[in-house]
Design a protein. Structure first.
Length: 425
């Protein structure tokens, strides 16, 4: 038994769901079949008898207002509709009217006791022209057809079960694919995130270890007045610079953690992205002027997106800052914001706002473009945070855009780099 459970545990979700669904559908088909086979006859018998009794009660209650001819007419339609054998006798026992009377007369010797496949009853009935007393109405209702139907169901059982199994297998297969596909995607996504998280933690350990080792070595050298570390003022200043770098790194790590933890906790609001972009460019005026860069703004007015204002502001500001930081002096910073659907003259369109931030005078090697959004990845290989940053900036940007479901990319032109993001509302 234990082996069976172990094998079951090793099966894929798709196979498990397929097996369970198939079993349930087959079981359901069998239950329905058995209910029909065992309960339908008795239920149908009761239903037929109850319907007949209601018809007879209605007939008896209203017959006092009929003459004999009208009663015979009513009995004709009643016998025809409910498949009855009817005899109407006067007080002398003489047959006044009979529908299928031949059947009743032929089997009259059985009328004393009801047969299992028949229902018999006899009632007095009055009419307005009956002078010598009530008529006697005798009825026989055959119940055999439902028994025959039951026999047909029994003979069809192998075919019904085969069809039920076939439908169950096909239905369960389709159902298992439809249901498990998103589940498998979620599981694979979780595995990928877990792998990335572990890789991120390992990289963090390495990144933190370097400044901590430097600070520790410098302080130890100063404590014991070893060699050049006797100049405490100089190395205290260097140690302080290392702690500031460490502080910046830790702050960026906190931002990364926040972006992952709060991924599903976005506060979406309508943002005038045109106004926001103009404000963010003004913030960077000092850096732009310091590098004597030319700024070209092609921003359409009053374009709106739905996003988390704080996080989207951080992402766009980071992109603009990177474009300035990694551009040579006297280069150009070109920022375009436009409605993609409006440009192609689509009628009844939804806004598809596109932002392009281009910095000239520089390109990125193709082999680096695929890696640039990875955490701690730096194109500048000196590992210096002064020239190459922490390597977390674009990673944070990518996490913010992913959490919003926005498409983004970075590409080279002939003599420039373009960062593009499409804000889907």
């Amino acid at each position: 038994m234990r082996r069976i459970f172990d094998k079951w545990e090793k099966l894929s979700i798709k196979y498990k769901l397929f097996s369970i669904t198939t079993s349930l559908l087959i079981a359901l088909a069998l239950i329905i079949y058995l209910i029909l086979y065992f309960l339908l006859p008795s239920y149908y018998h009761e239903y037929k008898i109850e319907s007949l009794q209601e018809s007879l009660k209605s007939l008896v209650d209203s017959s006092i207002h009929f003459d004999t001819y009208t009663l015979e007419e009513r009995l004709y339609y009643m016998a025809k509709d409910q498949n009855l054998a009817i005899l109407l006798k006067d007080d002398q026992g003489k047959i006044v009217y009979g529908k299928n009377e031949v059947v009743i007369l032929r089997y009259s010797k059985y009328m004393i006791n009801s047969l299992e496949d028949e229902y018999r009853t006899s009632i007095p009935i009055y009419t307005k022209d009956a002078k010598d007393g009530p008529y006697t109405l005798e009825l026989v209702m055959p119940l055999q057809p439902i028994d025959e139907a039951n026999e047909v169901i029994r003979k069809l059982m192998p075919y019904i079960i085969s069809i039920a199994i076939l439908i169950a297998i096909i239905g369960a297969y389709i159902y298992s694919i439809v249901i498990t596909k998103p589940l498998i995607n979620i599981i694979e996504s979780e595995r990928e995130q877990e792998y990335r998280r572990k890789d991120f933690v390992a990289t963090i350990s390495h990144e933190l270890k370097t400044p901590i080792t430097i600070i520790s070595g410098q302080i130890e050298g100063m404590i014991y007045s070893v060699g050049k570390y006797k100049d405490r003022d100089t190395y205290l200043k260097k140690s302080y610079e290392c702690t500031q770098e460490l502080k910046d790194l830790v702050n960026e790590m906190i931002e990364v953690s926040k972006s992952e933890i709060l991924e599903k906790d976005l506060k979406l609001v309508s943002i005038n992205i045109s106004e926001l972009l103009n404000r963010l460019v003004k913030r960077q005026v000092f850096l732009i002027e310091e590098k004597h860069m030319k700024t070209i703004l092609k921003i359409e007015e009053n374009l709106e997106i739905k996003a988390d204002q704080e996080r989207i502001t951080k992402a766009i500001n980071n992109i603009i800052n990177n474009a300035i930081k990694y551009s040579p002096e006297e280069s150009e910073l070109i920022i375009r914001l436009y409605d993609k659907n409006k440009r192609v003259n689509k009628k009844n369109y939804n806004q598809r706002v596109v932002l392009e931030i281009e910095n000239t005078g520089v390109t990125i090697e193709k082999r680096y473009l695929e890696e640039i959004f990875n955490p701690f990845y730096r194109i500048e290989k000196s590992r210096s945070r002064k020239t190459g940053g922490s390597g977390l900036g674009l990673y944070i940007v990518s996490q913010i855009f992913k959490s919003h479901g926005f498409d983004y990319s970075i590409k080279n032109k002939e003599n420039s780099v373009v960062f593009t993001v499409e804000f889907k509302n």
